[in-house]
Design a protein. Structure first.
Lengths: 116, 199
C-alpha cells in the first residue's frame, strides 16, 4: 500500500468519530420496543414497515376501491354483455355499395335538331 | 462509530441470544439490538450521510430481522446475517433515493470539532489543516458521496468500521478479490478528492 493510500485511509478513518448524541441508542431501543409492541397488538405492522410503510397500504386500498367501483359499473350497465338479448333486433348487415356510375350517360337515340 | 468490546466470545453469546429470541424471548432480541445497533447505525449513516434515514433504516433492519429470525439457521454468524440484511436494505434505499438532492451537510452530526480524538487524528494526518475541521469534514463527506454505492459500502466497512476483507465478502456475497479491487479503486478516487489534505 502506497504512502498516499495510507494517508487517504487515515483521513477516511476520522469519520468513525462521527457519533450520535449520548443516549441515542437507549432511545433507539425504546423506539424499537414500542414498534414491536404495536406490531404485536396490530399484526402485520412490521411487515408493512419492511415492505414500504403506510404509504403503500393507502395505494392498495385506493386501487382496490377503484377496481370495485369499475366492476360495479360494468355489471350495472344496461347494454352490458350480461343483459337479455332483444329478439326484435335484427343483425345489421353491411352490404357493399354499388359502384357510382357517371350521371351523364349518352342518349340511346340520336338527338334530332328541328330545322326551321 | 464505537465498536463493541466484550471479553466473552461474541459468536457464542450471539448463538445463545438468537436461540432464546427464536423461542420468543423478546428481551434476548433486545440484547442483540443493544449489541449491534451502534455498528449497524454507523454503517447505514456512513452510507446515507443522513441521520434520519439512518435511524429509520436501522429500525427497519431490526424489524425485518425480528420477523425473519425463525428462518435464521445459523449457517453464518448473526452478525454477518444482520449486516447482510442492513447492507441490502441500504443499497436498495439508495437506489431509490436521489442521493444528491437528499444529501445535506446540515444533517451531519455536530460536535465533532470538540472531539479530542478527532483533533489528534486530524493533527497526525496533516498538521497544516488541523484548525479547519469543518472543511475537512465537508470534504470527507463529499469524497464519500462521490463514490458509487458499492464502493462506498466497502470503504465504510473496511476503512471506517474495520471489518476484515473476508467478513465483507461474506456480507456482500462477493469474492475477497472483488472487495480488494473495489477498495483499491475507491482509494484512488478518494485521493483525487482529498488531494489538499495529503502531504
Amino acid at each position: 500500500m502506497s504512502e498516499r493510500e495510507k494517508q487517504v485511509q487515515n483521513l477516511i478513518r476520522l469519520k468513525r468519530f462521527e457519533e450520535p448524541r449520548d443516549g441515542y441508542f437507549e432511545d433507539f431501543l425504546e423506539e424499537f420496543r414500542s414498534l414491536r409492541n404495536e406490531a404485536e397488538t396490530s399484526r402485520g405492522f412490521l411487515n408493512s414497515r419492511v415492505s414500504g410503510g403506510a404509504g403503500n397500504r393507502k395505494w392498495f386500498i385506493g386501487a382496490g376501491m377503484a377496481y370495485a367501483a369499475l366492476l360495479a359499473v360494468v355489471l350495472m350497465w344496461p347494454n352490458g354483455p350480461e343483459t337479455k338479448q332483444d329478439a326484435s333486433r335484427q343483425p345489421i348487415i353491411f352490404e357493399p355499395k354499388q359502384p357510382v356510375r357517371n350521371s351523364v350517360t349518352p342518349p340511346k337515340t340520336p338527338i334530332s335538331i328541328p330545322r326551321p | 462509530m464505537s465498536s463493541e468490546s466484550t471479553n466473552e466470545s461474541p459468536t457464542d453469546a450471539d448463538e445463545l441470544l438468537v436461540s432464546r429470541a427464536q423461542s420468543g424471548d423478546t428481551l434476548a432480541f433486545d440484547q442483540l439490538v443493544v449489541r449491534y445497533s451502534p455498528r449497524l447505525y454507523g454503517m447505514i449513516y456512513h452510507m446515507t450521510s443522513n441521520k434520519e434515514d439512518a435511524n429509520d433504516l436501522t429500525q427497519d433492519v431490526f424489524a425485518k430481522a425480528y420477523r425473519s429470525l425463525k428462518r435464521f439457521r445459523g449457517r453464518s454468524s448473526f452478525y454477518t446475517w444482520i449486516y447482510a440484511i442492513g447492507t441490502n436494505m441500504t443499497l436498495n434505499f439508495l437506489k431509490k433515493r436521489n442521493r444528491r438532492a437528499a444529501w445535506s451537510l446540515d444533517n451531519l452530526d455536530s460536535g465533532i470539532q470538540n472531539d479530542e480524538a478527532m483533533v489528534d487524528l486530524a493533527h497526525a494526518a496533516n498538521p497544516r489543516h488541523q484548525s479547519d475541521l469543518n472543511e475537512l469534514q465537508k470534504k470527507l463527506n463529499e469524497a464519500m458521496q462521490s463514490l458509487s454505492n458499492a464502493h462506498r459500502a466497502v470503504v465504510t466497512m473496511f476503512d471506517i468500521q474495520g471489518i476484515p476483507h473476508a467478513e465483507i465478502s461474506k456480507i456482500l456475497k462477493i469474492s475477497e478479490g472483488t472487495v480488494r479491487s473495489r477498495l483499491f479503486y475507491a482509494h484512488r478516487q478518494l485521493q483525487g478528492h482529498l488531494e489538499e489534505f495529503i502531504k
